[in-house]
Design a protein around this ligand. Structure first.
Ligand code: HEM
Length: 460
């Protein structure tokens, strides 16, 4: 079947970056709600997890959503089908195409927006920097930043921990990813990055991205005024590091991710270009900051309501060495409160899954929110119970908060390690209690699912 054409959209609006995907005819597709695509889009943008839950109850493991402007989604949640999707040929099941809307921000070389061979080429270059074995080298750095932040938190009055976790994870990223040593440049970057990263959770910016597309966004002054200062600072840092490398000063001694990328080589022996490096660094900042901050906020929201678990974490932290319980707490938080609800693969060719032959142009959507709370895998799935992971590692296709296959989150080991380290420090240094009765509901901010009251707690 030929690829779908978006010609009509081009004639009317000029070349869109995130192509307007027309809905496909429903014949031969799984069942789904029959309400208008505009209404489905509105529900998706406001209450994505509720919509997924309702559809799963009504239609089962596989259903079709038609989201205005984003085409026809076939949502899957059976582990067998998720495995099929994650093992699909990456030239056919294309995640980069689904992320294309981010291109003005992360750039055309970003691992997030590439597909097929080009994607694998970039990903291979970046993988060694995120290998699990490297994580221990970040322990002291992350623990030090966490201690300093937590000790600054005011005691005895209600505090919203989400913004505080954002500050903490930004500091970790500035040090671990960029390794900026000059305090003045670090402060400038901190300020510029805060503005850039805030775009990711501001629905008004989301609307600007969708409406303008990258061609027009490139020329949109307010966007350039947020993005360009970050680029200027990152390019300055790259130039300085390349200079250090040439002079043999310090270049090899650094443990940050940027240094690893500077010395990485493509298969033909060539290093990353400045533009490539800039794009991957911004990608890591965008993909790694808000996600980890929200996951930490959710962990705090859950733990504040489970004092016995908090006490057990504190005990483990003080004993040192062991980290089995904190790992289980992190895994359970990401299972029950995933910060991202779905991943996407845009089909470039017809593809068979869940008993359906899906036409090219369909967006295949493994719903990690639904997979992570399947009652046949997780008895009493709504219960927050870290014990279910003690001595039982999560399954590759039944616990998927980081997606899967060749697109699985590059920073998964880093994020889990960071969360474990921060939660140990938190439990050992402070006690948190909920400010209001009952769990915090989920509030969708752009693409991330956050605690509605920003994980408001009383710290003592
Ligand atoms: C709790 C925190 C995090 C969560 C829940 C999360 C989740 C995800 C998810 C769901 C994907 C898409 C996977 C797919 O399509 O199958 C992804 C991709 C990605 N994440 Fe994360 N992430 C987190 C933290 C991080 C961190 C700390 C970094 C880096 C410092 C990072 C870097 C990336 C990158 C580069 C990709 C694109 C991978 C590719 O397309 O090959 N993430 N993440």
């Amino acid at each position: 079947m030929p690829r779908r054409s978006y010609a009509y959209a081009r004639v009317r609006y000029g070349p869109p970056v995130a192509p307007v995907r027309p809905a496909l005819p429903l014949t031969g597709l799984p069942p789904g709600p029959r309400c208008a695509p505009l209404l489905q889009a509105a529900l998706w943008n406001r209450r994505a997890q509720w919509l997924l839950g309702q559809c799963a109850r009504r239609f089962g493991d596989t259903f079709t959503l038609r989201i205005a402007g984003q085409g026809t989604w076939v949502v899957i949640s059976h582990p067998r089908d998720v495995e099929t999707a994650f093992k699909a040929d990456p030239e056919i099941a294309r995640a980069g195409e689904g992320n294309r809307i981010l291109e003005p921000l992360v750039g055309p070389h970003s691992v997030l927006v590439l597909d097929g061979r080009a994607h694998l080429r970039e990903r291979r270059l970046m993988l060694p920097a995120f290998h699990g074995a490297r994580m221990a080298s970040y322990r002291e750095l992350i623990a030090g930043i966490a201690r300093a932040e937590i000790d600054r938190w005011p005691r005895g009055e209600p505090q919203r921990l989400r913004p505080r976790m954002q500050a903490l994870t930004l500091e970790v990223i500035l040090h671990a990813v960029l390794g900026v040593s000059d305090p003045a440049r670090r402060e400038e970057l901190r300020r510029a990055l805060r503005r850039l990263l805030a775009m990711g959770t501001d629905p008004r910016w989301g609307a600007v991205f969708v409406t303008l597309g990258s061609e027009h966004l490139e020329r949109f002054g307010p966007f350039r005024r947020v993005r360009d200062p970050v680029d200027r600072l990152i390019y300055a840092e790259i130039a300085e590091r390349r200079g250090e490398d040439r002079d043999g000063v310090d270049g090899d001694g650094r443990a940050d991710i940027m240094s690893m990328l500077l010395s990485a080589r493509h298969e033909d022996g060539s290093p990353m270009s400045d533009a490539e490096l800039r794009d991957e660094l911004v990608t890591l900042l965008v993909a790694g900051h808000e996600t980890t901050a929200n996951a930490l906020a959710w962990a705090a929201e859950r733990l504040a309501r489970h004092p016995a678990m908090l006490a057990r974490l504190a005990e483990e932290a003080r004993a040192g060495g062991e980290s089995a319980y904190v790992s289980a707490v992190v895994q359970e938080t990401l299972r029950l409160r995933p910060v991202i609800s779905i991943v996407q693969r845009v089909l470039a060719e017809p593809f068979s899954v869940a008993g359906y032959e899906l036409p090219a142009g369909t967006v295949l959507v493994p719903a990690l929110y639904l997979v992570n709370r399947r009652a046949d895998v997780y008895p009493d799935p709504e219960r927050f119970d870290p014990e279910r992971f003690l001595g039982r590692p999560p399954g590759t296709y039944t616990w998927i908060p980081f997606g899967g296959g060749v697109r699985r989150c590059l920073g998964a080991a880093f994020a889990q390690f960071e969360m474990e380290t921060v939660l140990h420090e938190l439990a050992a240094r402070a006690h948190i209690a909920p400010v209001r009765a009952g769990s915090e509901p989920v509030l969708r901010r752009a693409v991330t699912e956050t605690p509605r009251h920003d994980a408001e707690v009383l710290i003592s």
